[in-house]
Design a protein around this ligand. Structure first.
Ligand code: AMP
Ligand code: ZN
Length: 120
């Protein structure tokens, strides 16, 4: 299947991986809205919120809790926002939950630096 996120999961495309288990994969967004912008995806190719398996959805939401905590602790984020696009607002047609940290003061960091902080 010609899906960029399936290729990231299989390792065909590289990514800044934060976490994976049997069901989900967590990695940094390559075009971050804020430093530490993360995507959480199911390993099984799934289109959107309407079609995703409910047990996997709970795992993704639990992972968003962990990720939010990590961003606040390690990146010193002042908050975080979850976004999940469907239909015409969804660019990549593999379900993904955005976890976007928010900072009181605007921050600019390159993705390698963010990756080092989050994985140390
Ligand atoms: P959406 O508009 O919700 O479909 O957002 C898709 C997101 O995937 C965007 O924020 C992109 O920057 C991100 N994205 C696309 N390709 C990659 C990639 N190869 N690695 C990491 N993030 C990606
Ligand atoms: Zn896919």
């Amino acid at each position: 299947m010609d899906c960029v996120f399936c290729k990231i999961i299989s390792g065909e495309f590289s990514s800044y991986k934060i976490y994976e288990d049997n069901d989900i994969f967590v990695f940094l967004d390559i075009n971050p809205m804020e430093p530490g912008h993360t995507l959480i995806i199911p390993k099984e190719h799934t289109l959107d919120l309407i079609t995703i398996n409910n047990d996997i959805l709970i795992k993704i939401l639990n992972s968003a809790k962990d990720m939010g905590k990590l961003l606040m602790e390690k990146m010193n984020a002042d908050g975080f926002t979850l976004i999940q696009n469907n239909g015409i607002s969804q660019e990549v047609k593999h379900y993904h939950l955005h976890v976007i940290p928010k900072y009181k003061k605007k921050r600019k960091m390159d993705i390698e630096e963010v990756y080092k902080i989050l994985t140390n």
